[in-house]
Design a protein around this ligand. Structure first.
Ligand SMILES: CC(C)(COP(=O)(O)OP(=O)(O)OC[C@H]1O[C@@H](n2cnc3c(N)ncnc32)[C@H](O)[C@@H]1OP(=O)(O)O)[C@@H](O)C(=O)NCCC(=O)NCCS
Length: 232
């Protein structure tokens, strides 16, 4: 992996040592370069089946906290927070997306304890070269700027490794906590898309925040210094 001095990728092969599922697509994408991205205080990596107990505990404890900001769950699809096999399938599906280069969905860890997720979804290449960032954190860790740090780490990955041109974050106007994350990162507010995403069963308007590689290059040094880990 290339990248700036304040970025590091671990050589530890988390996925290969912990896979419970025997499905071949659950194997690591590139065994020689497993994904582990570091901020000053957080680490991002793909979730693996052995994360089920921790992921499930955090998701179940934060049900109410997350429900109102997420798409409605279908009653016909097994809940990965309750069913380990469903969580295995989720990991496999996410591995496949990463292999295809369409999404990079990552667990956020604080002191190696699972605490949330920061994702780059809907990666589109061609003339657009873009991706959508989504995130959430365990309420007991809220208010510490961990998500802003995670998004800065993901931005570094998106621009320096994937060579994407633009990332965006879409936020329901009443989600003041999430808008604070955008303020901390100084992402550019582009406007409002009406009835943009289905959230908790309702087509909700969303504010669109954009951040391009040109802005990244202008602010890379400051953002790296503020959020990213010193090279180990
Ligand atoms: C939005 C969210 C990801 C922000 O993550 P975070 O790491 O807590 O972000 P910050 O630490 O920057 O805090 C943002 C604001 O949340 C508020 N906040 C702080 N502690 C809090 C707590 N314990 N509980 C609730 N809100 C809190 C504060 O207003 C804070 O702003 P401030 O730091 O200027 O005071 C998090 O609130 C969350 O997971 N919410 C539920 C899911 C969600 O909304 N996802 C995003 C969809 S776009």
């Amino acid at each position: 992996m290339s990248g700036a001095a304040q970025y590091s990728a671990s050589a530890a092969n988390t996925a290969s040592t912990t896979v419970r599922s025997q499905h071949p697509a659950g194997a690591p994408v590139t065994p020689s370069a497993p994904m582990k991205l570091y901020g000053k205080r957080i680490m991002l990596r793909p979730l693996v089946p052995s994360d089920f107990v921790a992921w499930s505990e955090v998701r179940r404890r934060n049900g109410e906290w997350l429900l109102v900001w997420e798409p409605q769950r279908s009653e016909y699809i097994a809940d990965p927070a309750k069913d380990p096999q469903a969580f295995d399938r989720r990991c496999v599906a996410r591995d496949r997306e990463r292999q295809a280069g369409t999404a990079y969905t990552l667990g956020l860890f604080i002191d190696d304890i699972f605490a949330g997720e920061v994702n780059l979804n809907n990666v589109v290449r061609g003339a657009m070269q873009t991706g959508t960032v989504g995130y959430w954190i365990d309420r007991k860790h809220a208010g510490n700027g961990y998500i802003a740090e995670g998004v800065a780490v993901l931005a570094h990955f998106a621009f320096e490794e994937l060579k994407i041109h633009r990332i965006e974050v879409c936020i329901i106007p009443r989600n003041t906590n999430s808008k604070k994350v955008m303020e901390k990162l100084s992402f550019r507010l582009e406007g409002l898309s009406e009835r943009f995403l289905e959230i908790n069963g309702v087509w909700e308007d969303h504010l669109r925040y954009g951040f391009t590689i040109e802005e990244w290059h202008n602010r890379k040094s400051a953002m790296t210094q503020q959020w990213l880990a010193a090279k180990s």
